[in-house]
Each structure stands twice: as C-alpha cells, then as structure tokens.
Design a binder for this molecule. Sequence first.
Ligand SMILES: CC(=O)SCCNC(=O)CCNC(=O)[C@H](O)C(C)(C)COP(=O)(O)OP(=O)(O)OC[C@H]1O[C@@H](n2cnc3c(N)ncnc32)[C@H](O)[C@@H]1OP(=O)(O)O
Length: 318
Amino acid sequence: MAATISLSFPLDPQNLHYHSRLNPISLCKPHQTRFFTRSSPIYKHPLPTFHREGTCSFKSSSSSSSHSSTTSTSPASSFLDDPFRTGRFLSNEELEQLKFLENFRYFKELKSGSLWVRVMGAEEMDITVGLLAESFAESMVLPSGYVSVLKFLVKQYLIERRALMPHMATLIGFYRETVEGGKEEEVQLAGTVEVCFDRRGANASPPTPTPPKDSPYICNMAVKKSLRRKGIGWHLLKASEELISQMSSSREVYLHCRMIDAAPLNMYTKADYKIVKTDSILVLLTLQRRKHLMCKKLPPLNNPSESDLSDSDMEKTT
Ligand SMILES: CC(=O)SCCNC(=O)CCNC(=O)[C@H](O)C(C)(C)COP(=O)(O)OP(=O)(O)OC[C@H]1O[C@@H](n2cnc3c(N)ncnc32)[C@H](O)[C@@H]1OP(=O)(O)O
C-alpha cells in the first residue's frame, strides 16, 4: 500500500488529506486507441521543454535536431527514458498507451500568442507544483506563507498520480506571447490540468457529488494569474477532451466546479458541460464549498487527424 494525497480541485482544506491505496499493476482491458502520425501538422511545431534549473529549450518532434531559439538543448528522449517512467510494471498495451501520451501534442495560435499543450514530464514537476500551489492558495484564500506547505503536498500528490499513467495524465500548457516587431518573448508555463481516463486512473477519494469511477474526469485546472482571459483555459479544456477521446472508450466526461467560481463555471457551461448534481446545502456544515458535478458527452472522433485540426472553437482564436 502506498500513501497518496487526495487533492481535488477546486481545493477545500478538507480535500487535502492522506489516504492509502494499492498501486494497480494488473493488466488493463484492451481498448482502441488512436495515434497521431508523424506527418501530422502538429509535429511541425517546435516543442518547448523546461529544465529543472528553469531554462527552456525547443525541440521539433518531426526531426531529432534541436531548434535555435533556445537557452539550452536536450536530446530527444524515448518513452522508456525517465520523463515518462511510471515506476511499476506495465502491460504491452499500457506501454503503447504511454508512448501515445508522450507523443500527444496540442498547439494553438491564440490572438496574443501561441500555446502548446502536452503531458508533463518528470523534470517539469517542480514548476507545475508551483503553479498549482499558487492557484490552490488563491482558491482557499490562504496567506502566501502557506504556499510552501501546499507545494510539498501538491508534489507528493503529483508523484503518486503520475505513477498511474497511462490511466491518467497531467497536461501542461506553455505560452509564448506574440510581440510587435518580431521580438520573441520567453516561453512560460501557462497552465495545467489533470485528466483521468478510466477507473484505474480515478482518484481514490473524489469530491462530492461523486462522479462515476469508470468515466473520464477532468480536474485541477489552473492558469497562471497574469495569463488569464487569453483563451488558455479554454484550450487546456479542448486538449483534455481530445486526449480523452483518444484514450478512453467512454464518451462521458465529468468534472467538479465550485458554485462560487464564476470563471470556470462560465467556461464549462460555454463548452457544453451540464450540471448533473449539486452538493446539498448540508455540505456547508463540513466547512466545504458547494460544488456542481458537471458532465459532457463528447462527440465520436472519426479520424485521428481531426485531433490536430479540431476546432469547434475556431471562433475562439480568430
Ligand atoms: C475542473 C476544474 O479544474 S475546476 C477548477 C478551475 N480552476 C480554477 O478555478 C483556478 C483559478 N482560475 C483559473 O485558473 C482560470 O480562471 C480558469 C482556468 C478557470 C480559466 O482560464 P482562462 O485562461 O482565464 O480562461 P479563458 O480565457 O480560456 O476563458 C474561457 C471562458 O471562460 C469564461 N471565463 C474565464 N474567466 C472568466 C472570468 N473572470 N469571469 C467570467 N467568465 C470567465 C468565459 O466564458 C471565457 O470565454 P470568453 O473569453 O469567450 O468570454
């Protein structure tokens, strides 16, 4: 049995607690997954990689050579290399799925810059922890002094969750602002979101109202405060839905949203998520915020290349 933290977003202090769970090692049931081809347009975009020391390099996944606008470079890694190791035995199918996760890319030109979304690698855990801890502190209205405690808890949580790949994935989005005169702005980590694909990736103690464990689930979305209202949250959601469409046979995606959080509530409503259940008012007695459980039925994905071009949201970027 391994200790994990249940950390559900939006975070209430009660949702942050240790519990025990067994790391599942048994074989997963075969199901269909789709793969991007290397000729997909998405592979033509250079991919930023963040390093522990805070530097960022670009590598194009269409070739092994590194691009020039870098502060440092790193060799291309295979899915068996460290960034995507889960530290447990995997079936062949899980290895395939892991490889798919490693290759998943979502790119979007926004009005004000460019956004890349992909699965978080181990070396990007610390910057992701920083972003999540700040967002949780903001949600819980905690003084900044608590951020370091939150960072510790969030890191334990991310480590434990990451061991459940390929049944879940933490996505991260990088943003580069477009500035006049061709000057290149620095790439920065802009946001993150967690997606669970099936029962084995599900949180052991999900928040109320309880979602079905077998269904895909989206949680812990956060966009850096200074980069909000640029379409980043929207495209993190679209990237999550695309990945779910390809990783899960289930089409019904669930998420929680606190009733008081107008920004995400507007976003999920606009993205066609419907409230299926709401916490009873008695939840207030446990000092928790009331939450909606929301659900959306994703359309079937017919063609893998649709992923690259998917844009029911073109209006968002044009
Ligand atoms: C399942 C979960 O994870 S729930 C938890 C969600 N996370 C949080 O609440 C953490 C704190 N908040 C955030 O990080 C951000 O505000 C997010 C993630 C909710 C939204 O990210 P952003 O990048 O700012 O959203 P984005 O610019 O893509 O806006 C998408 C839509 O959301 C809605 N929205 C976003 N911000 C706001 C706001 N401040 N007020 C009202 N509506 C808003 C709008 O409908 C918007 O569409 P529009 O711009 O066409 O009007």
